[in-house]
Ligand binder design. Structure first.
Ligand code: SAM
Length: 214
């Protein structure tokens, strides 16, 4: 996903009205309602890539505020370009490493978290970097509302098995677990495809998904 050497991507991001500037990022906790100018629920996607998923959701749900988080400028640039061609008032972007997520959202400020096709970090010593790891679940626990949920999709079986095993020790439980999302008509009714989901499902890979709560 990382698109290397896109000249000027940092400059474009710094000037984009759709991106919350890095200078004020850590003043954001507790102010997201003001930032959007309403009290609608806030849903975030961590590792949004080029942003098709969150842009589609934001367009379909103007009554919900969305924040897309992406580590790399070169990738975030694509999401910005999509907003330039179709601007949505209920969608904002942040360029950051999700390790700092608690510095950006206050306790209980987030209504739902989406993790889509997160990087697998296959080496054991990198397990803490996986976005559905217990270390990240502890961070999500603090920013998510009491009845908030996390939705996670992937085609990576090893990552999905790891994510399911992390739930009990981290104090979470599954409301939904499927090993064949695209074969489940009920779950597919409001499924929004991500870029990776389209690519890997078209190759015949099954898509795994969970929805979890505490
Ligand atoms: N969610 C998109 C999709 O399903 O098409 C993109 C999936 S891509 C495999 C994973 C994305 O997560 C990459 O763009 C990567 O830069 C981003 N990412 C990985 N770790 C991250 C982190 N700690 N914080 C923010 N973004 C991260």
């Amino acid at each position: 996903m990382r698109l290397r050497n896109i000249t000027g991507s940092r400059e474009v991001i710094a000037q984009s009205p759709f991106v919350v500037s890095e200078e004020i990022l850590f003043t954001c906790p507790g102010t997201w309602g003001e930032r959007f100018g309403n009290t609608h629920p806030i849903r975030i996607e961590i590792g949004m890539g080029k942003g098709r998923f969150i842009h589609t959701l934001a367009k379909a749900h103007p009554e919900i505020n969305y924040v897309g988080i992406e580590k790399y400028s070169s990738v975030l640039l694509r999401a910005i370009q999509k907003m330039e061609s179709e601007e949505l008032p209920n969608l904002k972007f942040i360029r950051m490493d999700a390790e700092d997520i608690e510095k950006v959202f206050a306790a209980g400020e987030v209504d739902r978290i989406y993790l889509n096709f997160s990087d697998p970090w296959p080496k054991d010593r990198h397990a803490k970097r996986r976005l559905p790891s217990r270390e990240f679940l502890a961070r999500y626990d603090r920013i998510l509302k009491k009845d908030g949920v996390i939705e996670f999709k992937t085609d990576n079986r090893a990552l999905f098995d790891f994510a399911v095993e992390e739930l009990a020790p981290a104090g979470w439980r599954a409301e939904v677990v499927t090993y064949d999302l695209h074969g489940d008509a009920a779950l597919m009714q409001d499924n929004v495809m991500t870029e990776y989901e389209e690519k890997f499902s078209s190759m015949g890979n099954p898509i795994y998904k969970y929805v979890i709560c505490r």
